[in-house]
Design a protein around this ligand. Sequence first.
Ligand SMILES: Cc1ncc(COP(=O)(O)O)c(C=O)c1O
Ligand SMILES: N[C@@H](CCOP(=O)(O)O)C(=O)O
Length: 462
Amino acid sequence: MKYISTRGQAPELTFEEAMLTGLARDGGLYIPAEIPTMSKDEIAALAGLSYEEVAFRVMRPFIGDCFSDDEFRAIIGRAYESFGHAARAPMVQLAPNHFLMELFHGPTLAFKDFAMQLIGQLFETALKRRGDSVTIVGATSGDTGSAAIQAFGGLEAVNVFILYPHGRVSEVQRRQMTTPSDANVHALAVDGDFDDCQAALKDMFNDFDFRDEVKLAGVNSINFARVLAQVVYYFFSAVSLGAPERKLSFTVPTGNFGDIFAGFIAKQMGLPIDKLVVATNQNDILHRCLSGQGYHKGDTIPSISPSMDIQVSSNFERALFYAYNQDGAAVAQLMEELKSGGFEVSQGAMQALQEHYVSGRCSEEETSATIASEYKASGELLCPHSAIGVKVANELRDPAVPMVTLATAHPAKFPAAVEAASDVHPPLPPRMADLYDKPERVTRIANDLAALESHIREQIAN
Ligand SMILES: Cc1ncc(COP(=O)(O)O)c(C=O)c1O
Ligand SMILES: N[C@@H](CCOP(=O)(O)O)C(=O)O
C-alpha cells in the first residue's frame, strides 16, 4: 500500500512513513494511491462486532505490512480502553430515521480522541522500533490540541507544541491544553485565528531546514492516519442500521473537512452512503463553495461553535484531488490561487463534488434554537457543533433514508453557549472535576513564523 501526494510531486511513502511525515514535501496531503474496497459480505460481517474488531478490519488494508496483525490489534485495544462508554460510539435516536452518533466519550470529550488515541500508540510503536524521536506541531481551534496533548503527553520520543488562537477557544478547551503537567507538551496561544495557526504549521513543514532539524511531524488531519481512524465509525454505525443492504446518509459538522472526508473514504470502500451532508456555521466557505459560488476566503467570525471557525479547510484539498480526477497539477494550481484569496471550481469538478456532498449552513441563532428545541424534544443536550449538524440534517434529510448526524463534542466543553441556549448547565464528567483548580502553563506568542520556530528550537534544546 503506497501513499501519494495530492499535488503529485512528493515521494511515494508507506503508511508508516506517511504517518510520521505529515505534510508532503510538495505542500500536498498524503492519500492512499488506491482506496481498498470491502465486499458486501465483508461489510455485512461487521454487524454485531465490537468497535475494536470493526476498527481492525476496516483499517487493516490501509497499513500494509507496517504493523503486524497482533501488534495492530493490541494498539487498537489500548487506544479505546479509556473511553467512557462500552460501545465507544453509541447512537441515540432523535426522530424516526434520524440518529445521533455520540463521538464524545473519549478522554477529552470530542471525536478527535478516536483518531488521536490510536495514532499516539502507532507513533510510540513506530518510533521505538526505529529508535527515533519527533517534534509534533499541531494547530487547533480547540479539540485537536487537547486530544493530542492527552494522547502524546509523557511519551518519551515526542515533543508536542500546540498552536491555538488566543481568546478563541472555550475555557474548558483551553484548560485541557494548559493544565497537563507533562514536560513534553507545550501550549502556545497565538495572536491570530485558527487559519493563522494552521498556515504557520504548514509554513513550518515547507521550511525544510526547520522541518529536518527538529524532525517535524503532524497530528492534524494533514496526517492520513487521523482520517483513517475516523473512517471506522461510519462503518460501525452503518452496519447497525442495516448496511450494506440499506443505504444511509451522514451529516457532519464541518470545519477542516477531515471528518466528512473520512465518510468519503468509507463510501469509496463500498459503504452504501447516499449523501454526505456538510454542515457549517456562519464561517460558511464550504457551503458557499458546494453551492457553486467558488472557494473564496472571508474573515473568520468568532462563533459559539469555535472549533468550526475555519476558512481554509485543509482536507478540502483531498476532496478536490478526487473531483479533479486525481490531477495533482490541477490541485497545485488551485492551492496557488488560494494564496491570493480563492478560486473557482470547474464545472466537471463541481459535478463530481455534488455527486457525494450536499451542504447547509446554520446561523448563531439557529444553533442556540436547535440546542433548546432538541433538548425539549428528545432530552439530548447538544454541543453547539452537534446542534449545527442536527439543524442542517433536519433541513436536508430524506425521511425515507436513515440519517446519522455526528455529535462531535460533549456539551460540557462549551458550557456557556449550551446553558445560554437551554438553561441547563452541562457538568463535566467526575474524572475532570478538578480542571478548574489546576495551574495553567501557556506561552503567549505572536503570529510570526520566525518567533514560533525559534521558540520551538529553544524548548527542544532545554
Ligand atoms: C467539535 C468539533 N466539531 C466539528 C469539527 C469539524 O471537524 P472537521 O475539521 O474534521 O471538519 C471540529 C474540528 O475539527 C470540532 O472540534
Ligand atoms: N476543529 C479542529 C481543527 C483542526 O482540525 P484537524 O482535524 O485538522 O486536526 C480542532 O479542534 O482543532
